[in-house]
Design a protein around this ligand. Structure first.
Ligand code: TYM
Length: 328
């Protein structure tokens, strides 16, 4: 079972990233043969960004993933731009990607609407590079949150079209989206997903957030005028907190509804805050130890890239051969 996933180095990652995806990466590393995790700096340059910050953010993200439980001896952790096969494969796959499909991508529509100066062609091609990331490793399974469902569907379509055109070269991957916590919502606007770019700071909890801030943000989370701790229509805020509590305490949403039956929102929120603080504490502490050592993080990423390159190069050789590209 080959497992692959990617994560953007966009500054501080949030609780949604952790619950929706990183938790799945950690779980995957003992099933993966191997499990491969990539910090996608080339995706991050498709919107406006600061070059000096990008390098720092890659280290932030690497340290955060290791602090969350990724063990570079049990998985391959690397930076996308270190393995040039990704960009070559992106171009080759662009020839079997439908322009109309890219036009339909929700994330492209949302992100392009937010750009003030330039909607880059890179932003449009973003999903093709993502397909290349996955297909270069012939991954069987891709752990992601719910918002990546459409990109994964496109990846599958691209692989299927490639195989139909050039022969059976690529593996058609499956997504692995968690049953609970696949879409953690913004605490201030529980109809929108928690995200790095949208809304206010109070709406998201960072993985390295201090405990006082966690309590404050959860206590001020938007709920509803009702009084029942249960999921349901019109109860987006409470439903979100129920999912967060369930994942961080390792129980089911039904357990949470039973446990808090008849209790007030204020008491429930206090319990959620404590659960989130307990969940993130070991990650924050380990992060603080790991993050200062840029050289060690760089060495880990470089070693990961060397291993990743071998795997990707083998796929690229097959793809080039099948497509008639390059010397025979
Ligand atoms: P990124 O960096 O935005 O997000 C990383 C992972 O976090 C998940 N996620 C969430 N899960 C639950 N609730 C939320 N509110 C939430 N917000 C984000 C995302 O689904 C993702 O799994 N395009 C990808 C990066 C990528 C990739 C890949 C992923 C590039 N190449 C190949 C898989 C395979 C992205 O922007 O992730």
């Amino acid at each position: 079972m080959r497992i692959f996933s990617g994560i953007q180095p966009t500054g501080r990652k949030h609780l949604g990233n952790h619950i929706g995806a990183i938790r799945g990466y950690v779980e995957g590393q003992d099933r993966g043969d191997p499990a491969i995790y990539c910090i996608v700096d080339l995706h991050a340059i498709t919107v406006s960004y600061e070059p000096a910050e990008l390098r720092r953010y890659v280290y932030d993200t690497a340290a955060m993933l290791i602090a969350s439980g990724l063990d570079p001896d049990r998985c391959i952790l690397f930076r996308q731009s270190d393995v040039r096969e990704h960009t070559e494969l992106c171009w080759l796959l662009a020839s079997v990607t439908a322009h109309g499909d890219l036009n339909r991508m929700h994330q492209f529509k949302e992100k392009s609407a937010r750009q003030r100066e330039l909607v880059s062609a890179g932003l449009f091609l973003y999903p093709v590079l993502q397909a290349a990331d996955v297909l270069a490793y012939r991954a069987d399974e891709v752990p992601v949150g719910d918002d990546q469902r459409q990109h994964l569907e496109l990846t599958r379509d691209v692989a299927i079209r490639f195989n139909a055109t050039y022969g059976d070269v690529l593996t058609v991957p499956e997504h692995r989206i968690p049953a609970v916590g696949a879409r953690i919502m913004d605490l201030q606007d529980p109809t929108a997903k928690m995200s790095t770019t949208s809304s206010e700071e109070r709406g998201r909890i960072y993985v390295d957030e201090d405990e006082k801030a966690i309590v404050k943000k959860i206590k001020s989370a938007v709920t509803d005028s009702g009084a029942e701790v249960r999921r349901g229509p019109g109860k987006d805020g409470i439903s979100n907190l129920i999912e967060i509590y369930a994942v961080t305490r390792g129980v089911t949403p039904e357990d949470v509804e039973r446990e808090f039956d008849g209790q007030r929102y204020g008491d429930f929120k206090a319990a959620v805050a404590e659960a989130v603080a307990d969940y993130l504490r070991p990650v924050r502490e380990r992060y603080a130890e790991l993050r200062p050592d840029d050289a060690a993080l760089e060495a880990t990423l470089a070693a990961g890239a060397a291993r990743a390159r071998d795997l990707a190069a083998a796929t690229l050789a097959d793809v080039r051969h099948a497509m008639g590209v390059g010397a025979p």
